[in-house]
Design a protein around this ligand. Sequence first.
Ligand code: KIV
Ligand code: ZN
Length: 519
Amino acid sequence: MDRLYVFDTTLRDGEQSPGASLTSDEKFEIALQLADLGVDVIEAGFPIASPDDLAAVRRIANEVKGPLIAGLARCRPEDIDAAWEALKDGENVRIHTFISTSDIHLQHQFRMTRDQALEQAVDMVLRAKRYVSDVEFSPMDATRSDWNFLYQMLEAVIEAGATTVNIPDTVGFITPIEFGQLVASIRQHVKNIEKAVISVHCHNDLGMAVSNSLSAVLNGARQVECTINGIGERAGNAALEEIVMATNTRPEIYGVKTGIDTKQIYKTSRLVSTLTGIVVQPNKAVVGSNAFAHEAGIHQDGLLKDRSTYEIMDARDVGLSQSTLVLGKHSGRHALRARFEELGYHLSDEELNRAFVRFKEIADKKKEVTTKDLEAILADEISQVPEAYQVAMLQVSCGYPAVPTATVSLKLPNGDERTEVATGTGPVDASYQAIAKIVNLPVRLAEYSVRSVTGGIDALGEVSVRIESGNRTFHGRGADPDIIVASAKAYLNALNKAAAAPQEAPERTDLGVAGRVGV
Ligand code: KIV
Ligand code: ZN
């Protein structure tokens, strides 16, 4: 079987998802997990976009071992130089450069002729080659480009030294059969195509990103660009877990194998969802909470007789635990550690101690602490944001008729405590007003959502919020059996990130606000 290379762009295209914004520490943590997952390439960011992005790519290139680390660059000298600046101390690095090839983009956006685009692409691949041997080139909006011009462009950049040529369906326009034909025609018409790996990068505007990618694989593409949970610009990118599990489940069709450790899929999905604040829909293939749940009686009956009657994948293969071990208030540290280990989380003593305190609090209120509860606890604990402000006390009174009123005490960065009282439209609003009086940062609450981690009246509530501060967005989350407490924790988590962020406004680039550059 041929090897299919997995190029993960969660930290670059995924981070361009509306509302997603990751701190450098969060990006680093995701990169470490992507390395455990076994991806071949991590696209760590777009170094020219902002000093923060450059620093994040640099840290990942220097410290994350295993995958190749790529940095994105437009076909511009300053972009290529910034990408190299970020990557130069890494062991195993790639510059990924791109320029549009469609007439729609060239005429209306870049006001450039095809010849100018061709010349610029070749010059920039040559420039990147002066720095590094591994260079990827992408003709942006390839699927709406003239196919003959595309062949010409690909031949020229391969001649200049590109080792991977990526075919982006930038606007999610193409259909699977057409895309397969395009990849087959590229193999037929680009004379030197054997010198490069053909890659594909599909967006999901019409819900076909994964199908398009797989059709390209059937026609000879050997690198797929994808993201965890399919997050990304607009409707997102092809979902890594779906492509990997499709090729694993149907090897007789696709004839390729990836280097992915599928048992890490669920954990990676959960981490990305927690840190980006982008919740995975329950019916999402492979990683949704219903992906392995069987409701219909006839299905349950079949499964009890033989799993293969209604399951084409084993939940354990994607890292979902089948453990029946239930933890409760009598469980000790050892049992908790053992359970985390079983779930693939190796905690330091300090992390275990913190998780244990949370576990006991929850076990006091809830009879059984499930895997999902444990993951919610962990998600709180893995937030590496310095907790400048912490909830010391929270009391609300509300009801009908009543004026919702909250009294909140916060521990301040200098160790003091301050208490404020506020009223609001509801208990959450009242708590947030009281917190805002104390923290006093100019932020706007842009999104608030609450979900129950498991079923049952005593379930943990998990709250996710997004706040805006100037040009920047910060996501916060918190979990607690009391949803008002979970709400306060989530708000403070986001405020603590805003307080810790560098104060200067991000620069503007010609493609948008730096750090949020959309390509
Ligand atoms: O969608 C796109 O065209 C891209 C390129 C930069 C590969 O993200
Ligand atoms: Zn893209």
